[in-house]
Design a protein around this ligand. Structure first.
Ligand SMILES: Cc1ncc(COP(=O)(O)O)c(C=O)c1O
Length: 388
């Protein structure tokens, strides 16, 4: 099996040529569905094997496993240009956001502004806060499929505590101009939470450049990890302003103090954690993140942009209705008469995609090639009647 250094050596090849051998699924299928789940690499498989070996050989190496958690924290922090003490290691994006929500008071300011592009979990967590006095306001999308900044300007006011936005929408691929909304929100004294699940790993995400106050993500899509691991970033000067009431012993100042007589949350973003960390998913997550850093995230973005330009040209030739606006992430969505049937038809031809909201979702990553895109286009031509 070739390793990462072999990957480096063959960089004169195209990006997919140099890394594809590390993802066995391509021996069987055209996998172009990273918006749903990243492909399994040799590195992530080895990480899971390592977890089992460590468990088998060492029994209960909890100190080491806590160290692995710290490695994961530092790895994610480096990825998004945060400091490790600004990052919580969580079991999902939802867990981090729910912890934040539990620590906010909706007294001085009571409004949470979110968009119609949010993943259900975000809407559900904020609407759950209505029972605690929050007022939830949705910013609507315009006719052209974008959300103009004026829509935010009309919603964010002196009563707004938090603006909750998603970097790349999971059901149409639209990418929001984060900085523009951050500037507006901050001008009006509101915080900004960014759901970066659909962007992290597929394009550079820098919390300092974006200026966001909080960010949630998971590793199972473009970061090539598995289910069970998420991260939550909180800007250092805001960490101690939030007092999570949904908590657990791994959020404590000293997890080994084993003190059940008080609540002393960590002075760091670890206060947004809860119980035992997801150790197996942490092994896999570290391997996935490090592999993506090795492959290069800016290089991946440039490569996927080229593939998507080719894809969109081909879709136009098929007269397909691309619902993804010009500003988009890795995900491209196409309107379908029956998206479930279309995904199944592609699947029968060995092409793995997914669907949401009557749209076929095609999401290329570093390992996808022009040939993959051509295979999708050829299959869509054969199933033209299922396109809207
Ligand atoms: C934009 C976005 N947010 C959140 C999630 C899921 O978050 P969680 O880790 O809480 O399941 C997904 C997963 O599909 C997503 O696409």
């Amino acid at each position: 099996m070739r390793d990462v250094s072999a990957t480096e050596e063959v960089r004169t090849q195209s990006l997919p040529e140099s890394i594809r051998h590390r993802f066995p699924i391509f021996e069987q299928r055209v996998y172009i569905n990273s918006c749903s789940q990243g492909a399994l690499s040799d590195a992530v498989r080895q990480a899971y094997e390592q977890y089992l070996n460590d468990w088998d050989e060492k029994g209960a190496p909890w100190e080491y496993w806590v160290e692995r958690q710290e490695t994961a924290r530092a790895s994610f922090a480096g990825l998004v240009n945060a400091a490790p003490d600004e990052v919580a290691v969580t079991t999902s994006l939802s867990a981090g956001v729910a912890s934040l929500a539990s620590g906010l008071r909706f007294a001085r300011r009571s409004k949470v502004v979110l968009t119609d592009w949010e993943f259900p979990t975000i809407g559900q967590i904020w609407h759950a806060q209505e029972a605690r006095g929050a007022r939830i306001v949705h910013v609507k999308e315009a006719e052209d499929g974008t959300i103009p900044v004026e829509h935010f300007a009309a919603a964010i006011d002196e009563d707004t505590l938090l603006v909750s936005i998603t970097h790349v929408c999971y059901r149409n691929g639209a990418m929001i101009d984060v900085r523009e909304i951050v500037d507006l929100a901050h001008e009006r004294g509101a915080y900004v939470l960014l759901d970066a699940f659909q962007s992290v790993g597929s394009l550079p995400v820098d919390v300092k450049e974006l200026g966001v106050d909080f960010l949630g993500a998971g590793v199972l899509k473009y970061l090539l990890g598995s289910a069970g691991l998420g991260f939550f970033y909180a800007k250092r000067d805001l960490v101690e302003k939030v007092w999570p009431t949904a908590t657990g012993w791994f959020a404590d100042q000293d997890i080994f103090a084993m003190d059940h007589t008080d609540y002393s949350p960590a002075h760091t973003a670890a206060r947004f954690q809860s119980g035992t960390p997801p150790v197996p998913a942490i092994y896999a997550g570290i391997a996935g993140i490090e592999l993506m850093k090795e492959i290069g995230i800016a290089e991946t973005r440039a490569h996927v942009n080229e593939l998507n330009a080719h894809l969109i040209d081909g879709l136009d030739e098929l007269n397909a209705q691309v619902v993804t606006p010009d500003s988009h992430g890795a995900l491209i969505c196409v309107k379908s008469k029956d998206a479930v049937a279309l995904v199944a038809a592609l699947g029968r031809e060995g092409i793995v995609t997914s669907e949401r909201d009557s749209n076929l979702r095609i999401s290329a990553h570093a390992y996808n090639s022009v040939e993959d895109v051509d295979a999708v286009l050829a299959s869509l031509q054969r199933h033209r009647k299922l396109l809207a």
